[in-house]
Design a protein around this ligand. Structure first.
Ligand SMILES: [Zn+2]
Ligand SMILES: [Zn+2]
Ligand SMILES: [Zn+2]
Length: 90
């Protein structure tokens, strides 16, 4: 990963966490659906994106202050940092 000009949150990630299961862990509890999946790089939970009705990944980041998510979509290789509003491909 190119660490030039990347925020400290993303620089701190040495290996990207991938989804354990390809589901939103909150949506399956409430029987809801999602559009895309994101994996929290702090605790490894996989949750839904902002195009999804419940926006669980963003809610999780705001509540827990876990700063960085990765796309959990096949073929997508990027990280997003909430506090720095920064997206980095890896
Ligand atoms: Zn950051
Ligand atoms: Zn969800
Ligand atoms: Zn988390």
């Amino acid at each position: 990963m190119d660490s030039n000009g990347v925020c400290a949150h993303i620089q701190a990630i040495s290996s990207v966490k991938h989804p354990k299961q390809r589901v939103c862990e909150e949506c399956i509890k409430i029987g809801s659906s999602w559009v895309h999946l994101r994996t929290c790089q702090e605790c490894g939970v996989t949750l839904c994106c902002n195009d999804s009705p419940n926006k669980h990944a963003t809610k999780h980041a705001l509540k827990t202050h876990h700063p960085v998510i990765a796309s959990a979509e096949p073929g997508e290789r990027w990280l997003y940092c909430y506090p720095d509003d920064e997206t980095v491909e890896y």
